[in-house]
Design a protein around this ligand. Structure first.
Ligand code: 5RP
Length: 228
C-alpha cells in the first residue's frame, strides 16, 4: 500500500454513521472515496456525500455512494481532501486542477476538515514548489493580473492542455498561475488576493484545515502545527 492510500484509509476512520461527508479531488482523495465505498458495502456504514468536482462525483456515483448536490447543503460534518503544499502552520496550497472553488466551500462548510497527504507535500512556505492558482472572471484577467503584479507577483494565464487556448475551470473561469515574493506570508497573501477585484477564488487555504494527516514511509501521523 502506498502512502497516499495509507493516509486516506486513516482519514476514513473519522467517518461515523449518518455523517454528511465532503469528497475532495485528486489521487489521495480518490483512495478516500474508494474506502468510504468499501466501508458502506462491507460494514454497512451509512453516509451521504457531497463532491468537490465532477470527477469525484462520478467516482462516488459509480461506487454507489449516496450523493447530494452542493447547492442542497448548508453545512457538512467532515471534509477530506489532499493538498499540493502544506506549511508548518497548516496552511494548504490546493487547486492544481480546476475545482478549488468547490473545494474551499466544502473546507469552510465542514465541522472538521482533514487534509491528507504524503510527506512530499510538506514545505516551509506557500509557493515553494508550485505557483499559486488564482481563478479569475475571464473578462477581468488582465486587470486582476495587473493588480497582482502591483503587489510583486509574476505569472500568466494557464494554457489549456493542447496549448492552443486557455484553461477553463469547471465554473467557466480562467486561471492565473502566479508566483509571489517569498517575503509575503500566507496570511498576507490570502488577504491581498482576496482583495483583488475579479478574483473568484484562489488556492491558498489559510486556517481552514483542522487536522492534517501525513503518511511518511508507511507511518501516518497527525501533523503538529507550529504557529509563526
Ligand atoms: C486538487 C487538489 C488536490 O487535492 C491536490 O492537487 C493533491 O492531489 P494528489 O492527492 O493527487 O496529490 O487540490 O484541486
Amino acid at each position: 500500500m502506498n502512502d497516499k492510500q495509507l493516509v486516506a484509509l486513516q482519514a476514513a476512520k473519522y467517518v461515523k454513521n449518518d455523517m454528511v461527508v465532503g469528497l475532495g479531488t485528486g489521487s489521495t482523495a480518490n483512495y478516500f472515496i474508494d474506502e468510504l465505498a468499501r466501508l458502506s458495502r462491507e460494514d454497512g456504514l451509512k453516509v451521504t456525500t457531497v463532491a468537490s468536482s465532477t470527477i469525484s462525483a462520478q467516482r462516488a456515483q459509480s461506487l454507489n455512494l449516496p450523493i447530494v448536490a452542493l447547492e442542497h447543503i448548508r453545512q457538512i460534518d467532515l471534509y477530506v481532501d489532499g493538498a499540493d503544499e502544506i506549511t508548518p502552520d497548516k496552511t494548504l496550497l490546493k487547486g492544481r486542477g480546476s475545482d478549488l472553488v468547490k473545494e474551499k466551500l466544502l473546507a469552510k462548510a465542514a465541522t472538521e476538515f482533514i487534509a491528507v497527504a504524503d510527506s512530499s507535500k510538506l514545505v516551509s512556505y506557500i509557493g515553494q514548489n508550485f505557483v499559486i492558482p488564482i481563478e479569475v472572471i475571464p473578462f477581468a484577467w488582465q486587470l486582476a493580473r495587473k493588480n497582482l503584479e502591483d503587489i510583486g507577483a509574476q505569472g500568466d494565464l494557464r494554457p489549456n492542455a493542447a496549448k492552443d487556448g486557455f484553461w477553463i475551470t469547471s465554473h467557466g473561469s480562467y486561471v492565473l498561475d502566479m508566483k509571489f515574493d517569498r517575503s509575503l506570508d500566507a496570511a498576507t497573501l490570502n488577504t491581498l488576493i482576496n482583495n483583488t477585484p475579479g478574483v473568484v477564488e484562489h488556492g491558498i487555504f489559510y486556517k481552514l484545515a483542522d487536522t492534517v494527516l501525513i503518511a511518511d514511509n508507511g507511518i501516518v501521523s497527525e501533523y503538529q502545527a507550529t504557529e509563526h
